[in-house]
Design a protein around this ligand. Structure first.
Ligand code: GDP
Ligand code: GDP
Length: 449
């Protein structure tokens, strides 16, 4: 075995939704410069080209180990007739989707009518607002910031987004205004991947386990010190140790015919719950049954990575193959993304494909799409295929973030509820673009209030 347990490194832990910070303010007060400062990239977003729309561009940010999404609301129509109304509308949109609002004022100019119009809207929103007095490049300008108390938004934070002055303190204050973080999960060494081997009776689960666990004793010794439940089995496949969960029953080959189906499904649920990835065995020589479907549903609903192993492939002849292909199209069309392997636990055929299949599914399960790439793709998608009009209006997706992994979870911030069909369309396209083979993904919609 090549990896020591210490090298089986940690991955992202399950986390709550990533909070959203919206940066709003008049044009040219330095919003983009500040966003660059927050995301730690220079010249990434500032565009001095008039008319360039940077409408609600979200970026991933991190400060003191806390992740959040910062939304740059640079979008602005330079020829808008009523500038105050336009800024208010613009800011309003961003504010409604945010957990915290950073309101930027140019301290070298002072508060303007436009700023005051925005303040009225900010008050109505009841969101926490952090007032930033930007362009406080020197001490004199820093003192000027005091005049912004008059806006009634509390203490002004003098900073220079351009030079970085005061930005650390500002980030501390933004962080403390965010909703409480989810509890920290220990980020220690990960230990072996946990696999559930499930399927209806007689599909070949215990045969497969026996086939893959020939060198088990050696493995158990080399992972001494890790706590493995006695009902689990450690198995080495393809140079890696895997923990097959809740296999005691399989090993003893208890008379499964005596158990009720209800009992079997409880057992399956327990194993799936304890695992990260499930191998669902199907008997390729028999039709895909309702009981097979229930097992598959259990895995998908538990949000685990999924590998389907078509076992007893040695019994599949040319005729059966044709029927099986049609059956797969028909019976598994709701989970076309599952990783599939055709194996024979009896002959050992393609059993070596199992470990790579598990890795592929787990990779997808833990994949994180950067917010920038996600939104670039989404903008193109929604422009090409907007949501159908409902009641005279088409709800729009403002932006999206990935809220978590294992399985990947996405949140769409929208102007209204979306049709289920459109969400499925987004999921299908998301998979086409970013993969996620072998993993369920969750998409939730957050219409602005
Ligand atoms: P936005 O339209 O609000 O996004 O503003 P930008 O970030 O594009 O900045 C507008 C102009 O203000 C740019 O030329 C920036 O270089 C400049 N600027 C931004 N922050 C500061 C600052 O802290 N001090 C000074 N002196 N200039 C700044
Ligand atoms: P379990 O109930 O899912 O654990 O299934 P078992 O491993 O007990 O297998 C049920 C029956 O199928 C046994 O008679 C096995 O010998 C047989 N079996 C398992 N795998 C294969 C296979 O790949 N090919 C063939 N032909 N028979 C198999």
């Amino acid at each position: 075995m090549s990896d020591s347990p210490a090298e089986l490194l940690s991955v992202d832990v399950v986390e709550g939704p990533v909070p959203v910070v919206a940066v709003v303010g008049r044009p040219n007060v330095g919003k983009s410069t500040l966003v660059n400062r927050i995301i730690g990239r220079r010249q990434a977003v500032v565009e001095d080209v008039p008319g360039v729309t940077r409408d609600r561009v979200p970026y991933d940010a991190q400060w003191n180990g806390r992740r959040f999404t910062v939304v740059d609301t640079g979008g602005w129509e330079p020829d808008a007739r009523d500038r105050a109304a336009a800024i208010a509308r613009q800011a309003e949109m961003a504010v409604q989707t945010a957990d915290v609002v950073v309101f930027v004022v140019d301290v070298s100019v002072g508060a303007t009518d436009v700023d005051e119009a925005a303040v009225k809207m900010l008050r109505r929103s009841h969101k926490p607002v952090i007032l930033v007095a930007n362009k406080a490049d020197n001490q004199n300008l820093e003192l000027e910031a005091v005049s912004l108390w008059s806006l009634g938004l509390g203490e002004p934070h003098p900073i220079s987004a351009l030079h970085g002055r005061g930005s650390g303190d500002l980030l501390d204050d933004i962080l403390s205004a965010l909703p409480d973080p989810p509890p920290i999960v220990e980020d220690g060494p990960r230990g072996p991947r946990r696999v559930a081997l499930v399927g209806r009776p007689n599909v070949g689960k215990s045969s497969l386990l026996n086939k893959v666990s020939k060198e088990e004793r050696a493995v158990v010794d080399s992972v001494a010190g890790t706590t493995v439940d006695p009902v689990d089995s450690l198995v080495e496949m393809d140079g890696e140790v895997w923990q097959f969960v809740d296999t005691a029953g399989l090993r003893k080959r208890v008379n499964q015919a005596s158990g009720t189906e209800y009992y079997a499904s409880l057992r399956t649920a327990g194993a799936v719950e304890a695992a990260e990835v499930a191998v669902v065995l199907l008997d390729s020589s028999e039709v895909i049954s309702e009981q097979d479907q229930r097992v598959l549903t259990q895995v998908v609903e538990a949000g685990r990575a999924l590998v389907i192993a078509f076992n007893k492939w040695d019994l599949v002849d040319a005729d059966r193959r044709i029927f099986l292909d049609k059956e797969i199209d028909r019976e598994l069309k709701r989970i076309p993304w599952a990783v599939r392997v055709n194996i024979s636990a009896k002959t050992g055929r393609a059993v070596d494909k199992l470990a790579p299949a598990l890795r592929r599914a787990l990779d997808s399960w833990e994949r994180r799409v950067p917010t920038g790439a996600l939104n670039q793709w989404l903008t193109a998608l929604t422009q090409a295929t907007p949501h159908p009009v409902r009641g005279g209006r088409a709800p729009r997706i403002l932006f999206a973030t990935q809220a978590g992994v294992a399985p990947p979870r996405f949140v769409l911030f929208t102007t209204g509820p979306l049709d289920a069909g459109y969400i499925r369309f987004v999921e299908r396209k998301l998979r086409e673009e970013f993969g996620f083979e072998g993993s369920p993904i969750e998409i939730s919609v957050k219409p602005r209030k």
